[in-house]
Design a protein around this ligand. Structure first.
Ligand code: RIB
Ligand code: CA
Length: 313
C-alpha cells in the first residue's frame, strides 16, 4: 500500500532524516512539504526542505507556513541543538528551486480536498500550519485520511520543560486546536521517541547509502549527537520525527492507547499534553470531552532505529 502524505516540518536535523525517508521510501507518495518555524526560522525551514528534496533528485512542492506561534511570543530557535542553519552549521550547496506560491495552510486544504479520504498529514514541528488549515476549511477533518503528529508526552515528561515536549510548547494554542479537531489522529510523542536511538553505526550505513544527501545527514548528525551526549548521556540521537513515519509504515512496532487529549496553553505546565484514557472517570468530566484519539505509549526502539537505517541504507 502507498501512503500519500503531506509532511509538515521545521528542518532541523531529525526532521532532515525523516524527510529523507519520506523522499526515498517506496510506500510513501510525498505530495508536498509544508514548513514552519521551530528548530529554525520559517525561511530557513523552507530553504532546508527545498535543499533536501533537490539532494534526493526530487521535485516536491514546498509551501511556507507559520513564522510564529498563534498567541505567545516566539522563543529563539535552538541553535545549540540543530545549528543556526538547522543542519548542524555545515556548509550547504545552493538551492535552485522556489517555494510554492501558496501558504502552507492553503496547500494542505487544496491537497486534502483534491483527494478526499486519501491524504495523511504528518506533522513534526509546531502545529501552527494545521491550526491555520483548520481555520481556512474546518471541513478538512472529514476528508483527511489521518493526522500523525510527532509531539507531546503522555508519561515521559518533557524535553524543554519538566512536562512539555518542544513541538507542543512552541505553539500550545495551535496544538490545542489540532489535537481536539475531531480528525483521525495519532500522537507519536516522547514516550516512544526517547526509546529509539540512532547510533553512529546506523548513521554510517545511512551516509554510505545516500550520496550527497547522506553526507548532509551524517555531518548534521555529528553536531546533533553532541547535544544528546551532553543532555541525555547517550551516544547517538533520538530520531523523533522519523518515528512518526515509522508508526505510519510499521505500526506493529508500537503500542497505543485510545483516549482524550488536551494541552495546557499557559502557566507553568504550558505545552503539557494531558491524556485521559477512554472510559476512565475522573472527578469531573472536563478532561474527557475532547474527541477520541490514539497515542503511542510503547515501542520496540531497537527495531525502529534499525528500520530507519535499513530504509536509508
Ligand atoms: O521534541 C522533539 C521535536 O522537537 C522534534 O520535532 C524535533 O525536530 C524538535 O524540534
Ligand atoms: Ca521537527
Amino acid at each position: 500500500m502507498t501512503h500519500p502524505i503531506i509532511f509538515d516540518t521545521d528542518p532541523g536535523v531529525d526532521d532532515a532524516q525523516a524527510i529523507a525517508i519520506a523522499l526515498r521510501h517506496p510506500e510513501i507518495e510525498l505530495l508536498g512539504m509544508t514548513t514552519t518555524y521551530g528548530n529554525v526560522d520559517v525561511a530557513t525551514a523552507t530553504h532546508n526542505a527545498l535543499l533536501l528534496a533537490e539532494l534526493a533528485g526530487r521535485d516536491i512542492p514546498v509551501a511556507q507556513g507559520a513564522a510564529a506561534p498563534l498567541v505567545k511570543p516566539r522563543h529563539p530557535a535552538p541553535a545549540h541543538i540543530h545549528g543556526a542553519n538547522g543542519l548542524g552549521n555545515i556548509a550547504l550547496p545552493e538551492v535552485m528551486g522556489k517555494a510554492d506560491p501558496r501558504s502552507a495552510a492553503q496547500f494542505i486544504v487544496d491537497t486534502v480536498n483534491a483527494r478526499p479520504g486519501e491524504v495523511t498529514l504528518v506533522a513534526v514541528g509546531p502545529v501552527g500550519n494545521l491550526a491555520a488549515a483548520l481555520q481556512l476549511d474546518p471541513s478538512i477533518t472529514e476528508r483527511v485520511k489521518r493526522v500523525v503528529i510527532m509531539g507531546g508526552s503522555i508519561r515521559e515528561g518533557g524535553n524543554v520543560t519538566p512536562v512539555a515536549e518542544a513541538n507542543m510548547f512552541n505553539d500550545p494554542d495551535a496544538a490545542a486546536r489540532a489535537l481536539t479537531a475531531g480528525w483521525p489522529l495519532i500522537l507519536v510523542g516522547l514516550d516512544v521517541t526517547h526509546r529509539c536511538v540512532l547510533t553512529p553505526e546506523h548513521m554510517a550505513r545511512i551516509e554510505a547509502g545516500q550520496g550527497e544527501l547522506g553526507r548532509v545527514l551524517a555531518d548534521s548528525y555529528a553536531f546533533y549527537r553532541d547535544f544528546y551526549r551532553e543532555a541525555l548521556g547517550i551516544d547517538g540521537c533520538c530520531p523523533h520525527d522519523s518515528c512518526a513515519l515509522a508508526w505510519l509504515l510499521r505500526p506493529e512496532l508500537f503500542t497505543t492507547a485510545r483516549g482524550h487529549l488536551g494541552v495546557a496553553t499557559s502557566g507553568e505546565a504550558e505545552g503539557q499534553t494531558l491524556f485521559a484514557p477512554e472510559g476512565r472517570a475522573f472527578i469531573e468530566p472536563r478532561w474527557s470531552q475532547s474527541p477520541l484519539v490514539d497515542v503511542c505509549l510503547g515501542v520496540d526502539g531497537a527495531a525502529v532505529s534499525d528500520w530507519i537505517a535499513d530504509v536509508l541504507a
